[in-house]
Write a protein that binds this ligand. Sequence first.
Ligand code: TRP
Length: 331
Amino acid sequence: MTMTNNRIVSGMRPTGRLHLGHYFGVLVNWVRIQENNECYFFVADWHAMTSEYSDPRRIQGFVPELVKDWVAAGLDPEKCVIFHQSQVKEHAELHLILSMLTPLGWLERNPTYKELRQELIQKELNTYGFLGYPVLMASDILMYKPSLVPVGQDQLPHLELAREIARRFNFLNGEHFPEPQAMLTEDAKLPGLDGRKMSKSYNNGIFLGEPMEEVLPKIMSMLTDKNRLRKADPGDPEICNLYPYHKLLTDSDKCAEIEEGCRNASWGCVNCKKLLAESMARFLEPMQERRRKMDENPDLVWQILAEGTAKARAKAAQNMEEIREKIGFKF
Ligand code: TRP
């Protein structure tokens, strides 16, 4: 089903390099929906600051890297708006206004916040800004009056709060914000190289646009069906770490062949890894190419951000005018 003519907003915090888990979890969707919808994708640097406030400069170092990863993955600045949250000051103004009408109880009840409560004190996250994380997120979203917000499961409580805040604003000031719907990102289809969730902290990922020289040893050391000790033993693709990668990267006829060969012990794990390396090289090549272009011309990424930010700002400024008028603060 192709989805068309929706306004869509989503963001990511700049906290490090993206890997294939991010690609198959989130970015494939973004790349797909940029085609026939009006999309706003932004670098949520103010959100990163809620937890990384002790070293805010570090966050800014990740900003251009995140945009490079997005472009490498296939986001096209001609087709979607890519912008820098902290450079659209209207988000801060709307955050302030919405914070006035958000009851504390809604924020304290937020499951994500409740879960983190103990950790918060240890990590010194027991701050006003961190509690207000969902209010800032509500302003990012409501600023563009989108119909859809692509997010993972963990963000659903935040989105629900954004809807409640919209409703409360509308109740107090008259109808203004449509209630955005979540567009749920599917669960990760790709395990990490060691079978656990692909994650930066486990160091078990393949990065977007990573050179093949670095990827190859990672593939060759991947775990396969641990019960298959010799090539002559029949294997089970369902418990092999490689197979989910083949399903995403190798064409389906070949996958059927591999599955058959693994089960009847005619096809070995080393062959399987070599074949995956070929599929991976084919898949990563356009990403590496796009990343190379960005690395060769460091101005490019800033140019993309500046142009996208100007577009987002124009949209935000217009809505802020209407919001100020709605609350009687326009002079
Ligand atoms: N909280 C989101 C995350 O951690 C990032 C984010 C900030 C966001 N503002 C947003 C996502 C607005 C969607 C819409 O992934």
